[in-house]
Every structure is written in structure tokens, then in C-alpha cells.
Design a protein. Sequence first.
Lengths: 219, 213, 252
Amino acid sequence: MMALLLRDLKLSVRAGGGALIGVLFFMTVVAVIPFGVGPDLNLLSRIGPAIVWIGALLSALLGLDRLFQTEREDGSLDLILMQEHPLVLTVLVKCLAHWLANGLPLVIASPLLGLFMNMSETAIGAVALTLLVGSPALTFIGAVGAAVAVALPRGGLLVSILVLPLAVPVLIFGVSASYAAVEDPAPFMPPFLMLSAITMFFAVLGPVGAALALRNAGD
Amino acid sequence: MRLRAERLGARRGEDLLFSDISFDLGSGDALVLTGRNGSGKSTLLRVVAGLLPAEAGRVLWTGKDETVRAGEACHYLGHRNAMKAELTVRENLVFWKSFLGDLEGGAGMSVVEAADRVGLGGIAHLPFGYLSAGQQRRMAFAKLLVAYRPVWILDEPTAALDTRAEQTFTDLIKQHLAAGGMLLAATHQPLGLENARELRMTGFSDLPEAFLQ
Amino acid sequence: MTESLAITKFSDLANPTRFLALVARLLPWMACLTAGLFAVGLYLSFTTEGDYQQGETVRIMYVHVPAAWLSMMCYSVMALSAIGTLVWRHPLADVSHKAAAPLGAAFTLIALATGSLWGKPMWGTWWVWDARLTSVFILFLMYLGLIALNRALDDPSRAARLSAVLILVGFVNIPIIKFSVDWWNTLHQPASVVRLDGPTIAPEFLVPLLVMALAFTLLFFTLHLMAMRNEIWRRRVGAQRRMAARMAGREA
């Protein structure tokens, strides 16, 4: 399993692996927002956490449809499916590798974008923390869509349509917790713990669903 | 060790490709599937490997370890090489050696030795994508050597190969069979195996008219 | 040595013929019953008193509430069929959840549209991000995604198995989505906005509502059976066309 983790990490760093593309997309999306809503710093700092979260959500989904598609294209998926490691565990490891290569850079880039959005230090810290806890959930739930995409000739867009509604709870609790850290009356912990619970739940549901889909997507 | 298929049937989409295929392979046996394109050779191989669900029938494996499924006792080499172009040949082989592991009852070769056996020992440090199609195919074959599996399932193994490489392949297959392995292959060209049984796949396209009623 | 390939006659599409015969017998009765219930339900809906607060607009409820109820029941039916597909690999289950998806989307759309029409006089706006409307809207998006997935895959049995996986993952997620939307709603919605719950339903509204709910449920099952029948027919036509193409290939 370590071998798989290392291989996937290597692949995402080598040429053609999209680890940096996701971060670039994230920064571009967030950078475009002020052109839409105007350069009002107060407004930007108010909507900042939400914008950063939505940007992270979109760029997390962007790279996901290739999670199993590349494996299928060169035939590796067949060999992976034949091994009983079990498959759920294999999928989990692939998700972890994908998150390390694509999700973690988003978390690291988010404070910089927080500065652009004129957010306070607390808000920046809260967004980075909630992204750190919440973005694995996006990878796990997106893995189901990625597994379905294996059977689709042009999967990308459709996968996002299928996965986005399922990602609504992550977004809600992630953004709620970020705001709760800044705005006084609301407590930070309840939405944050809820977010952690959702991530753990998806860590089970995602790989199980993805493994089930992969078994059934064979051609 | 035995690999048995009992009355297998499979469909592609809505169309039935074949049905009622049975065979029984013991140590050292080879079975070669022949037939036109679209007759279901690849599908049969994928069903045996457990990659496609069988419409009817079942595949049984009996070996030392009773809990092993048929697919786990098999190496599968399909049309695609299952190697990453971005990684070097050695990295690819090391990964598969570690990921696949050895089945009980044998041991795979070292990566260096396997690359030597397919005649490309000198270029294992290159990225896989730099190799020619024929060299890539050979390296994909080396994958079968690094992890031990009693059954080799090969789908058109000699496509894109010159005659010398074909000879290397035939020799490797013979060694595998001599060591008690089994072979299930689909091919257009004869592989040059003396004792191979042949299963001719006809497909359903020349059925009697009466069947269509 | 040559092992010959024995050819056995293959059975026609897992043989749903008995199902078709059953549907042919059931459908007229169900259609009549549905029409009758609708007649009674609509008569009751339009003859009962209007609400003293909401006036005549309360009658929208008789369509809105059953449609909303069906939008959820339809997804449950699909989830059950999805289990049938994945666990028992039953071909009728494949057909069932494929046929149910557009129906579910239609009922969800009715619920959303009537909710919006009801909202305009009640809240003064066509759409509020009320917890219920929002969750139903997300459900609507999920239906559309499933329909799109079914259309994107050309192999019906693979499409059925993959959408079954997604249906089940979605089904497990629905409570979480509902819960999170409720949370989000109480966080953002000031209490001044009128909530949909309103006063508890008086008995004179309850009777027509129940009759309408029953009528809608029967309507769903009638349409569902018809859609399943059509889907089976469609697949048979497809199979025969492919057969025709093969035969033409042999003559050439």
C-alpha cells in the first residue's frame, strides 16, 4: 500500500500530473471574484471565507475525475481490481495520495488568498483549519464520482454535477465554522466538530461507494 | 493447482457473445483462444480474470490456499501495458512487484533480472514513455516475472513485436509452463507452443436462421 | 485437440414477459382508480372552505404537499431498486430505477413550482432559501444528475449498476444534506420570515389532502409501471435492431 501511495505521489509531481494546476485554478477563481463584486474591502472581507471555500471546492473537484481515469487508460486499473487488498483500502490509499498532492496545497495556499480578500488573521486561520479538516471529505465523496467517470467517455463535467449536491454539507459546515470563528455570538466548535464528523463519515462511505462503482464499471 | 471454468457465458452490452464454455487447466497446461475479431476472446479472458461478471457459469481455482479467488491467481496482460509513461521502467516494475506480491508457492524475480530476461536490462533507468512500442510491450511482459502467479492470462501478447522478441516471449512462456504454470492466451499468430490446446471461438454471428426466430 | 463452442439459445432479455403480462392486466384498473381518486380529491379541494389567513391560495397545498411527498418516496423506490440491481442483479430493478428518475424529477419540479407560486402571495417573493425548498432543490439536482448519467452511458446494464451505486450513496447522504441545510437555514434566516410550517392543519383541509396524496401516489405507481413497460419495449426494439444489423452483415 505504501508503494501505491508513493507511486501516486510521484505521478502527481512529475510532468503531466495536475497537482499544481489545481492550486493555480484555485488562485485564479478567487482572484477573479473581486472583479465581479468590486474592490470594496469590507465586502470582500465579509464574503472572503465563503469565496475561498467555494474556490477550494471547485478546484478539488476539478482534478478528481482523473483519479481512476488515468489508471483505466493505461490498463493499470485491471491489475488493481484483480488484487484483493481489499479494494476499499486501495481506493482509500489512492484518495489519500490524491489529497496529499492536490488537497493539501490548497490548504497551504488559502492563507495567501485570505490576505487578498482582506480577511482578519483569525478568519484566515479558521479557513485554513476548516479546509484542512474538510477538504479530505471532498476527495472522498469525489472518489465515487471519479469511479463512475471511469465508464464515461467524457466524464469531467457530469461528475461535478453528480458530486456537488453531495458536497453541500461539507461546504455549509466549513463556511459556518469559519464565520463562527470571526463573528462572536456563534460558537466555533459545533460546526467544526460536525465538519470533522462528516469527513470521517465520508472517509468510509466514499471508498466503499467508489469500490462498488469500480467493480461495476468494468468493460 | 487447477483452473476450471464451468459453462461460462458472457454478454457485451445487450448482446450475448458466447455461452457454455468449459475448460480445465492443470499444471503445465496451455490453452490458446483463436477466432476472428469480436468473437469474444478478450471478453472470455476478462471473465476468467474476474474483471467482468459472468452471465452464466463460474471460474474455479483450486490451489494451496483455498481462500484465493481465481482472479488473484492470475497475471493479466491486456492490450494496454499497465505501465506509467511518467515513471521509469524500474519504478514501474518495483511498484508492481510490491503491489502485486507473490502468491503462495513461488517467488518473483528481482526487477533487474526480469528486465534482463526480456532483453532490455540496460535501459531500465529510462522513463517508460521513452521506449518504443515493442520495448514497452517487452517491459510489460517483465511485469509477469517480478511477481509470482501460477496462471498467465495474455491477450494478444505478441502484437507490435518483431520475430526475435516473439521468440523471447515463447521461451519465457515455455519456462513458465515447465515450472508448473498455466497459460490462457488469445492470439492471432501462433505462439509456437507444442502442447497447447486450442479453443476456437466462433461468436454468434454465424448462427442458424432458426435461432433468430 | 479442439474444444468446440456449443451454442445454446439465449433467453430473451432475462425474460420480463411475465412482468409485461401482469402490467397489461393491472394498468387499466390502476388508471381508473387514479382518475377516480383525482376526481374526488379535486372536487373536495375546490369545495372546502378557504383558509381565513391564506384565502384561496391554500388550495395550492393540495398539489404541493403530495408532490413533495412523492419526490421523496420516489427516491426511496429508486434506492430499493438500486439494492435490487446491486445485490440480486435483477434486470427489472435496473429498469425500475431508470424509469423512476424522470418521474421523481417531474414531481420534484411540481413541488418546487407550486411552492414558488404559493410563496409569492405568502412571502411576497417567488423564492426564499427556506430549508425545505433548498433541500428539495438539491434533490431535484440529484435527479437531473442521475438522468444525465443514464443518458451518457450506452450500455444499459452498466448504466443501471453505476447509477445504482450513486443512488445509494445519495440516499445515505440525504439525511446529512437535510440536516446541514436545516442548520444553515437557522443560522442565516432571521425569525421574521414566515416559515412554511404555519399553523397545524385543520381537519377540513386534512381529508382532501389525504385523498390527493393517495391519488398522487397511485398516479406515481401507474406512471412508473408504464415507464417500466416502455423501457422494456425500448430495449427489445434496440435488441431487434442490433440483430437486424448483424443479419444484414452476414448477407453481405
